[in-house]
Design a protein around this ligand. Structure first.
Ligand SMILES: *[C@@H]1O[C@H](CO)[C@@H](O)[C@H](O)[C@H]1NC(C)=O
Ligand SMILES: *[C@@H]1O[C@H](CO)[C@@H](O)[C@H](O)[C@H]1NC(C)=O
Ligand SMILES: *[C@@H]1O[C@H](CO)[C@@H](O)[C@H](O)[C@H]1NC(C)=O
Ligand SMILES: *[C@@H]1O[C@H](CO)[C@@H](O)[C@H](O)[C@H]1NC(C)=O
Ligand SMILES: [Mn+2]
Length: 671
């Protein structure tokens, strides 16, 4: 507009040409200065935020407790924790790294289309008397309690003489067992619920429950606190039974001592079931369910504390519709100081990628208008949930051939949705769980890939044609797994006339296919990454998992398809991922000899962004400017760093087993 106006002025009034040109020049200068100011300002903001991010990342660096842990997709401890529990546990404080220069996920996603807003989920308004289920007397009494760890405050053992024992018990349990012994089993917790929850009334007529705690070598006081929290905060008329399933533990405290404690303190409400041999999470839950007499089953881990009025909001949807299964929001009990952290804000839905890694996705916008209301969840987290006893058995329980743990939360979630039910998360129901920290490994209960077999069973029975996407991620493994007899599972699907997996993906999880495209895009490069200066050495996991530094080791013979430890991919997400695992190479510092870590892939670029510069043979860690991966072998030990790129330094040059040149030519398109 302004330019057009000036042009017109020039053609009409030549006399003023000089003035006009001068004023245009002035305007140009002015605009230039303005642009320069804005650019300078933007750059300053970017620089400050980059520096802040780096300081924060450094502070929250990988030395924090929860540091080293073994393979992510194995649980040698046999602890009934789901992958997401483990993921949280491994990253107790560190946020997913913020891409310092650009959020590529924003760059790639097309702008949202204008669509009519789908209507969100609401439970039907049912007739019926309602009541305020709060136990105000108990809540008031709790307010007056004082002592170590009361109100969920962080606690500490101060006596220096006990430090060694504390460490020992810590490593044995993955949490501070000695501190647990010092905190009352009846301790009070902070009321972390959303305000709307604190006054809400629920149906007066609710079903009664059996709470099933399963455990393998659980610390005694942590188990007791789990039981007491349920007894102290559950309406007597709704708590029919507590079932303790000892899954082949071998600690003495869990035998006669537990029996004696139970018969002295909870003679009528607690039932103990003992598996002579360890069956794992799935088998143990099934044994518990078999003796349960309540109308609703509540499955819990054995190191939890329930919050005030946790049960009525969890039960009401089930009372309204018997085919609804519900999950509480899981708060966090700190494994080192037992602080109760209820920082829940938004909630999230469960999902999975085609490697069956559990993923969290945002709540559908139409379901999160009122954040205190139940919302639909495609996949349960797996550790804590409620389901009607008859519905559970009608679905066939868990597939009893699923061994130890793994895949069971998918199996049950698919069944619930596909066979006429519904799975809801309940923001007003809060239960806290101890996410374990570092611990001494416990024996692996099996000597075969039971997780893979479980996954194949679930895929075969429930995923229809989509199972191929799971198998195609790891054909070697899946081809060699015999899923066993599936007749009973298929008969259940037939009898209940369950819907297709395609229906589930489209209706229940409409965002999955977008987030996790079934057909994987090709990699930019893959195979062994061989150092040029130390040509016998290749990038290697050193048999370690997440939160350890990557290293160098004698190269595999087959450079395009090396052994597991040396198989790396430069993925379509422009990250350097360990093949078949969910760890990516991650750099958190800019200084010389910055460590290259293996860390859970966050798909956000940033500190996990890598580029292969073929001309220099550099592996460039892009966001920090020209920083290159460097391999150094000293005294036979191979270390990997990033340093400023130096064309004369052969330690920064790498040969990769397979390079897709055509794709690499277009590497920066759409970045
Ligand atoms: C815990 O509270 C119960 C009553 O709810 C009481 O009987 C028991 O003695 C208490 N235990 C401890 C160790 O404070
Ligand atoms: C639990 O509910 C069932 C069905 O309503 C009822 O028969 C049973 O008596 C209840 N049990 C207790 C202990 O309230
Ligand atoms: C490496 O392994 C792949 C897949 O097993 C095979 O196709 C290829 O021939 C092997 N290459 C060499 C050099 O052994
Ligand atoms: C980086 O590490 C190498 C090998 O340990 C060492 O020789 C070099 O001096 C280090 N550089 C800096 C700046 O610390
Ligand atoms: Mn657990």
């Amino acid at each position: 507009m302004a330019r057009g106006a000036i042009k017109t002025a020039v053609s009409k009034k030549d006399l003023h040409l000089h003035d006009v040109v001068a004023s245009m020049a002035m305007k140009k200068r002015y605009v230039k200065r303005l642009v320069r100011k804005v650019v300078f300002w933007l750059l300053s903001v970017a620089a400050i935020s980059l520096v802040t991010t780096m300081i924060v990342e450094k502070r929250r660096g990988p030395d924090s407790p929860g540091g080293s842990q073994s393979e992510e997709n194995l649980d040698p401890n046999g602890d009934p924790i789901t992958p997401v529990f483990r993921a949280n546990n491994l990253q107790p404080t560190r946020r997913a790294a913020r891409p310092p220069f650009q959020d590529r996920s924003l760059a790639r996603e097309p702008p949202p289309e204008e669509k009519p807003q789908p209507t969100g989920f609401r439970l039907p308004d049912v007739e019926g008397e309602r009541r305020d289920w709060h136990d105000y007397a108990a809540m008031e009494a709790d307010k007056l309690r004082s002592g170590l760890g009361e109100h969920g405050l962080p606690a500490e053992i101060e006596n220096p003489d006990e430090k060694e024992l504390e460490q020992q018990m810590y490593r044995k349990n993955g949490f501070n067992g000695l501190l647990s012994d010092m905190i009352s089993v009846n301790r009070s917790v902070p009321d972390v619920r959303l305000e709307q929850c604190k006054t809400r009334k629920y149906l007066s007529k609710l079903p009664n429950i059996s709470v099933i705690f399963i455990f393998y070598n659980e610390h005694f006081s942590a188990l007791l606190r789990s039981i007491y929290s349920v007894i102290n905060r559950t309406p007597v008329e709704l708590l029919k039974q507590i079932v303790l399933v000892d899954d082949g533990s071998d600690w003495d405290t869990l035998k006669q001592q537990l029996d004696d404690y139970v018969s002295l303190h909870f003679p009528h409400v607690v039932t103990v079931v003992r598996n002579v041999e360890r069956k794992g999470l799935i088998g143990a839950r099934l044994e518990g369910a078999k003796v349960a007499t309540g109308e609703v089953l509540v499955f819990f881990d054995s190191h939890i504390e329930v919050n005030y009025n946790w049960l009525p909001p969890l039960l009401e949807p089930i009372a309204i519709n018997p085919k609804i299964s519900t999950c509480p929001i899981v708060d966090i009990i700190d494994h080192s100081n037992f602080a109760y952290n209820g920082g829940y804000q938004e909630g999230s839905r469960g999902g999975f990628d085609w490697r069956f890694f559990y993923k969290q996705l945002p709540v559908l916008p139409e379901d999160s208008v009122d954040k205190s209301q139940p919302f639909r969840n495609p996949v349960m987290m797996g550790g804590l949930f409620a389901i009607r006893t008859d519905f559970f058995w009608d679905l066939g329980g868990y597939d009893d051939e699923l061994d130890i743990w793994g895949g069971e939360q998918y199996e049950l979630s698919f069944k619930i949705w596909m066979c006429g039910g519904m799975l809801l998360d309940i923001p007003c129901s809060r239960v806290a769980h101890i996410f374990r920290g570092p611990m001494d490994p416990r024996p692996n209960p099996r000597n075969y890939n039971f997780v893979g077999r479980n996954h194949k069973r679930v895929a075969e029975v429930w995923m229809d044609e989509y199972k191929e996407h799971v198998y195609s991620r790891d054909p070697q493994t899946y081809n060699n797994i015999d899923a066993g007899d599936l007749t009973r599972q298929r008969a259940i699907r037939e009898r209940l006339q369950c819907k297709s997996f395609d229906w589930y993906l489209k209706e229940v999880a409409p965002d999955f296919l977008k987030k996790f495209p079934p057909v994987e895009l090709p990699n930019y490069a893959s195979g062994a990454f061989q150092n040029v200066a130390f040509a016998t050495h290749c990038l290697d996991t050193m048999n370690l998992g997440a939160h350890n530094a990557v290293g160098l080791y004698s190269c595999a013979e087959n450079r395009t398809h090396p052994q597991f430890n040396q198989f790396w991919l430069l993925t379509p997400d422009r990250e350097l991922r360990h093949n078949g695992a969910s760890n990516c190479l991650d750099v958190q510092d800019m200084h010389a000899n910055a460590t290259v870590w293996m860390w859970s892939c966050h798909n956000q670029g940033g500190n996990q962004f890598w580029y292969y510069d073929r001309a220099h043979k550099w592996l460039v860690h892009a966001p920090n400017g020209k920083r290159c991966m460097e391999g150094i072998v000293e005294n036979g030990i191979g270390t990997v760093y990033t340093n400023e790129c130096d064309p004369a330094n052969d330690r920064q040059k790498w040969e990769i087993g397979y390079v897709n040149n055509e794709l690499l030519d277009k590497f920066f398109e759409g970045v």
